[in-house]
Design a protein around this ligand. Structure first.
Ligand SMILES: [Zn+2]
Ligand SMILES: [Zn+2]
Length: 257
């Protein structure tokens, strides 16, 4: 809750806002490039502040995340890079902490809390793989009712601060990743709206920011970044704050918003 990124240095009027991108992945998890390559690219692109936030360890799915044994090396590497490039960019140390990760790496500047799975009947079900798998979850566990699945998802998202101690809520409406064409459920439906509004109101007093996350938009999966316009308006009306992030796994999308 205490985490704040100052957007306007000195607060002087007309001063250019700082260029900040805090959601980026490297070789430590499922990113395509090393941390140093990512930092160098962020410098090339003129960013003022850059954060690396690799995926926390999930013991039930090791395919994309850091290993627990890597945590010390991760923070050490990032600290060295912060020192090496300190005259050219401010490097922040972060993590994208999954709701179901058991341990939070120590000594970080910030935590992005994300729900990528739901645990139902002892099974971890991945939500952002593809449309068919998501439909399968709704069919198997919610009798095909996507609104019940969405409710379960947003109740889990609302619980992120307790489980992850997050400063930033990651891709709040990830559950709508494959619903760009509206074929899974109606995002205007009151059952959907009430579920996310309740979660958002619970989260606002507990976190510093909600991400405007361009990850899926950069992949052409969505027209809009996460936190679609209606959610953004609701958030700002209720005193929440947003922060833009690219969710980059490669060099070409860093600071892309
Ligand atoms: Zn994520
Ligand atoms: Zn990510």
């Amino acid at each position: 809750m205490g985490f704040r990124v100052e957007a306007h240095p000195g607060g002087a009027r007309g001063e250019k806002p700082l260029k900040v991108d805090l959601h980026n992945h490297t070789h430590f998890s499922d990113g395509r490039f090393s941390a140093e390559e990512m930092v160098q690219e962020a410098i090339r692109r003129g960013l003022d502040r850059f954060g690396i936030s690799d995926h926390s360890y999930t013991d039930f799915d090791e395919s994309y995340c850091m290993k627990r044994e890597q945590y010390a090396q991760y923070t050490q590497t990032l600290r060295l890079l912060r020192e090496k490039y300190k005259d050219r960019i401010e490097l922040l140390l972060g993590v994208e902490q999954d709701y179901y990760s058991r341990e939070i790496p120590q000594g970080l500047d910030y935590v992005i809390g994300s729900v990528h799975y739901l645990k139902i009947d002892g099974e971890y079900l991945v939500l952002d793989w593809d449309k068919e798998r998501l439909r399968g979850i709704a069919d198997r566990f919610f009798e095909g009712d996507f609104y019940l699945l969405c409710r379960r998802y947003y109740e889990t998202v609302a619980d992120l601060p307790r489980m992850t101690r997050c400063d930033i809520v990651g891709h709040f409406d990830l559950i709508a990743k494959f619903n760009g064409d509206g074929s899974l459920f109606d995002e205007e439906d009151s059952r959907y709206r009430e579920a996310w509004q309740e979660a958002m109101l619970r989260l606002i007093p507990k976190v510093s920011y909600f991400e405007i996350n361009y990850g899926a938009r950069n992949k052409g999966l969505r027209q809009e970044p996460y936190l679609k316009g209606e959610m953004r308006d609701f958030l700002l009306r209720h005193g929440g704050r947003t922060i833009c992030s690219s969710d980059s796994h490669r060099l070409s999308t860093i600071g892309c918003f």
